[in-house]
Design a protein. Structure first.
Length: 241
């Protein structure tokens, strides 16, 4: 998982250079798949429950599971979330980032920063003996303090031999609930937050999830391993760390 996670982190770091006005969302997907296969690994998302691409590319009001295509071009002021999964020797690593396309509004910049910072608030509780809901409570508290909303329908997850394993890792809730965290657990922690209301809906393609009010959404995710001491983020590139 650590080896696959390094590839995920490197791809997400390098995407910042590729993402600019005029780039097709399909170009992002091709970049991701080429980088994964060059390492002799597999793009986890491609074919997963029928998903047609190697990366989820979600623009503006699209929260998650956006399908990249050659007809969608990024424009100045957009924000775009890219979610990447890698399978290496049967083990999965998963992470996501939201990027600014050129110059974005102050609200968009704050939304992206809050998604990222709320992840690190949750990370503080990724220690043996903490309760699972402590993570979600910390995320929700940060997001709502910044005036944004946490999506309820979509959550993080355990990860390992499969992309989605138990337990669900909610981005909300009361602290002190759920199983105790133990050394060796692997969790995909992924705040998904909205500028406006928390409500979302799925488009007719049966994949793309958008905000109900069509305001902006942001997504930040890493795969985290619980250890005896500090949690280990395995999907951060060294240049980002």
């Amino acid at each position: 998982m650590k080896q696959g996670g390094l590839v995920v982190g490197r791809i997400l770091y390098e995407l910042a250079e590729l993402i600019k006005p005029g780039v097709k969302t399909a170009e992002i997907d091709r970049f991701v798949e080429e980088k994964i296969r060059r390492q002799g690994m597999e793009p986890t998302f491609k074919g997963y429950n029928g998903f047609p691409a190697s990366a989820c590319v979600s623009v503006n009001e699209e929260l998650v599971h956006g399908i990249p295509n050659d007809g969608r071009l990024l424009a100045e002021g957009d924000i775009v979330s890219v979610d990447v999964g890698v399978t290496h020797n049967g083990w999965v690593s998963d992470a996501a980032r939201t990027y600014a396309v050129g110059q974005v509004s102050g609200t968009a910049a704050r939304l992206m920063e809050t998604a990222k910072e709320s992840f690190f608030e949750g990370l503080k509780h990724c220690r043996p003996g903490s309760r699972l809901s402590d993570i979600g409570h910390a995320i929700q508290s940060r997001v709502e303090a910044d005036g944004f909303s946490v999506v309820l329908e979509y959550v993080g997850h355990g990860i390992g031999c499969k992309m989605h394993e138990d337990p669900q890792v909610k981005n909300y809730g009361e602290p002190g609930k759920g199983p105790k965290l133990r050394k060796g657990m692997a969790l995909a922690i992924e705040p998904m937050i909205n500028e406006g209301v928390a409500d979302v809906e799925k488009l007719e393609d049966d994949w793309t999830v958008v905000t109900k009010d069509r305001k902006l959404a942001a997504h930040y995710e890493n795969t985290v391993i619980i250890t005896d001491a500090e949690p280990m983020i395995i999907t951060l590139d060294e240049r980002e760390r």
